[in-house]
Design a protein around this ligand. Structure first.
Ligand SMILES: Cc1ncc(COP(=O)(O)O)c(C=O)c1O
Length: 346
């Protein structure tokens, strides 16, 4: 067993660019909803009528087509339990480099991890999934946009995997979908015709609710009912249940942040180009920089300037550093650090 998920910390007051959080906070409407919480809200088990209705409306789903979870992490756990429990030889396929929680939830469900090792360019290499499918394959994690590269996997590629592995659950982790090219939810009819595909979403990223813990899993009512039987009855706490409808209602707040993220990504690419650093074009709210030999120097300068980033050197060849792309002033601080380290002070 790999063990517990490591919680990467940041010094107090640092620019938190290490966990792909929303760097300008949640919607003021969500904050107002939180301020309206009463003693009774804290004392009573939450009622989910409003939050289920608001989420169903927002995504155009029926209540039978989704389950709300305590962050997408809990959705990953529930999916792994559903797919792997009672199958002592069940295999779960993970494309590396991957979000660390996949290994945690597979091991917690006594599954065997089938890791597809990182390719030199960290591309997903989807056709490798085809050859990893065996009669024991029960679960396949697909993450798009991928963490940590930000690379995206097309619906055609995903549905081809689902077609080739009809006995397996294909869990499509769309934690960063709002920042990328699209979602499987954009074509409901196609998703509806693939009963072994589930889609995971989170309200931690584009909606700025990471601290409250709220996510969802959607797909065909059959597997969703199975997940509902696994997720505890009061998984979303009262604060998340109150804040989420308000956050969903503030579409302008989400839209403007997505625009900032896209602008920040471009500024980071341009800085890397000027500094001679590699990077991956990202569909997420982060950019993975391939700093190679310069990685230790850059990490030192980021730390000195109170910029918390994620050292992903272990992700593959070429010293990789993942930086959240969010608020423009944070991005400018990163760009200055890159330029002054790589190009000399100007
Ligand atoms: C790819 C991916 N999936 C899932 C999650 C977990 O989301 P949540 O905070 O909603 O549990 C993250 C968080 O960083 C992530 O990067």
């Amino acid at each position: 067993v790999t063990g517990e998920y490591d919680r990467p910390s940041a010094p107090p007051g640092a620019r938190r660019l290490h966990l792909n959080e929303r760097t300008d906070g949640c919607s003021p409407r969500a904050l107002e909803a939180l301020r309206g919480l009463s003693g009774a809200d804290a004392a009573c088990y939450p009622d989910y009528g409003d939050v289920i209705a608001a989420t169903a409306r927002y995504f155009g789903l029926t209540a039978a087509e989704f389950v709300l979870t305590n962050g997408l992490d809990e959705g990953l756990h529930a999916a792994a339990t559903f797919a792997l429990r009672g199958r002592f030889d069940g295999e779960a396929v993970v494309i590396e480099p991957a979000f660390d929680m996949y290994a945690v939830v597979i091991e917690a469900s006594a599954g065997r991890i089938v890791r597809l090792d990182p390719l030199p360019d960290l591309a997903p290499g989807i056709e490798r999934v085809h050859s990893a499918i065996t009669p024991r394959t029960r679960l396949i994690f697909i993450n798009t946009p991928m963490n940590p590269t930000g690379l995206e996997i097309s619906p055609d590629e995903i549905y081809e995997i689902a077609r080739r592995a009809p006995e397996a659950l294909v869990f499509v982790d769309e934690a960063y979908a709002e920042f990328g090219a699209g979602s499987l939810l954009d074509d409901r009819a196609r998703l509806g015709s693939a009963p072994n595909v589930l889609v995971g979403r989170t309200f931690a990223k584009a909606y700025g609710l990471a601290g409250l813990r709220a996510g969802l899993v959607t797909g065909n009512p059959g597997p969703i009912a199975a997940l509902k039987a696994i997720v505890p009855p009061y998984s979303l706490n009262a604060a998340a249940a109150k804040a989420l409808p308000a956050a969903l209602d503030d579409a302008a707040h989400t839209r403007s942040y997505v625009a900032d993220v896209r602008r920040s990504r471009e500024l980071l690419y341009a800085a890397c180009d000027r500094a001679g650093l590699g990077y991956w074009k990202s569909g997420g709210n982060f950019v993975l920089i391939r700093a190679a030999d310069a990685a230790p120097r850059l990490l030192k300068v980021f730390a000195e300037r109170g910029i918390a980033v994620r050292d992903r050197t272990a992700s593959g060849p070429g010293g990789c550093i993942r930086v959240t792309a969010g608020r423009l002033d944070d991005t400018r601080a990163v760009v200055d650090a890159i330029e002054e380290t790589m190009c000399g002070a100007r």
